[in-house]
Design a protein around this ligand. Structure first.
Ligand code: HEM
Length: 139
């Protein structure tokens, strides 16, 4: 099991099976992430989590350019299409700095968006039902 512990910015947690818990709780807006797009300041999003990969650019087996090209954006599709190994997934926790705002509320957000549609369909159903019932009664 992966242990969640607070770690220092430069602490090497490779192979230790730990996740930097303190930084994991920070929330960033997509706009904030989009402002870190250079080789000296490179952030990206994978599965709703925000990674500062600046220190990893030189070491990334896929090269620095691909990370810089994905900087400031949601790189989930590219990351998954590459078929990263379990080791790569473990390694990326070193660069985790937080989550994109709203990702943990996705369910309630979805409910919030679909509720007006559900309500409209219900009202329409009642109106049509009443009309049909009245027609049947007068026939
Ligand atoms: C913190 C984020 C990332 C980490 C820690 C990481 C780590 C790694 C590692 C360890 C490998 C070697 C193969 C493996 O073990 O799976 C790799 C390969 C690769 N990565 Fe990443 N990666 C990250 C993000 C990304 C992103 C966002 C992209 C695409 C936009 C990407 C594209 C690639 C490609 C194309 C390769 C294949 C290189 C080759 O086989 O020639 N990576 N990555």
């Amino acid at each position: 099991m992966v242990e969640i512990v607070p770690v220092e910015e430069d602490e090497d947690v490779r192979g230790k099976d730990v996740v930097p818990g303190e930084r994991i709780t920070r929330k960033y807006t997509a706009k904030e992430v989009s402002e870190h797009t250079s080789a000296k300041d490179c952030w990206l999003i994978v599965h709703g989590k925000v990674y500062d990969v600046t220190r990893y650019l030189d070491d990334h087996p896929g090269g620095d350019q691909i990370l810089i090209a994905a900087a400031g954006e949601d790189a989930t599709d590219d990351f998954e299409e590459t078929g990263h190994s379990d080791d790569a997934r473990k390694l990326m926790e070193r660069y985790l700095i937080g989550h994109v705002e709203g990702t943990s509320e996705s369910t309630s957000q979805m409910l919030y968006k679909t509720l007006p549609v559900v309500a409209s369909v219900l009202v329409l159903g009642v109106v049509v039902g009443t009309i049909l019932w009245r027609r049947k009664r007068t026939a």
